[in-house]
Design a protein around this ligand. Sequence first.
Ligand code: ATP
Length: 246
Amino acid sequence: MRVELTGVTVRNIVSDITLHASAEVVGIVGPNGSGKSTTLRCVYRALKPDAGTVLFDGENVHKRHDVARHLAALTQESQVEFDFTVTEVVEMGRLPHDRDPARDARVVSDALATVDVSHLASRSFLSLSGGERQRVLIARAIAQEPRVLVLDEPTNHLDIRHQLDVLGLARGLGITVLTVLHDLNLAASYCDRLYVLDEGRVVASGTPAEVLVPELIAKVFHVTAHVVAHPTTGVPQLLFDQEVTP
Ligand SMILES: Nc1ncnc2c1ncn2[C@@H]1O[C@H](COP(=O)(O)OP(=O)(O)OP(=O)(O)O)[C@@H](O)[C@H]1O
């Protein structure tokens, strides 16, 4: 499914955001407060832009009735407030679909296994660690079998192995993934294309190799970076000097 934002503006928080993603992993990176989450909120309809449009396959996201079935979001607001079991939380991912108990059970069980939380299936969600909760919420998103997956810092709380697992998994789904990432090296490794936000505007976009260059990193993040090729994959990776540039 193609996601297209054109001229999206929300108060004085983000201005004229134009970006698109289609069956690829697209990363949104930028400093704290640059408008990344606000941009994603317009995609998963938690916010309606003051100006501009968000289209799913060419249709306004606020006018489509099937968005809940097609879009899964793991967001800063993704919370489970009541004491559900892990299985119950993941089963919620099936709610937008017509009920099919046998298939639903299989999809839920597969989703639990995929993010390595099958052993927690009967545990109370609220008793889990931060990383375990994050993986269960990712399982819920996968169980929804979405065509668009929106992720706001999906690697939050995850140890390195699970960070790599989750991003590899998102990539392997072959659907449109729009993800905010703070770790620029993970963004370079797992995203097909990146948009860089600064002060509410898109200041660069392109492949990681095109975007993650020392000049841009210095301008946007105020740090000095050196680009090296990953020894086995050749993907650009950044090494940072300890001093912060003015
Ligand atoms: N409802 C709101 N009312 C007022 N200001 C807001 C609101 N929502 C966000 N902001 C402000 O807009 C700016 C952008 O916020 P946003 O959460 O989109 O940034 P972000 O790039 O995701 O940041 P971070 O990397 O810190 O998560 C911030 O300065 C934030 O304080």
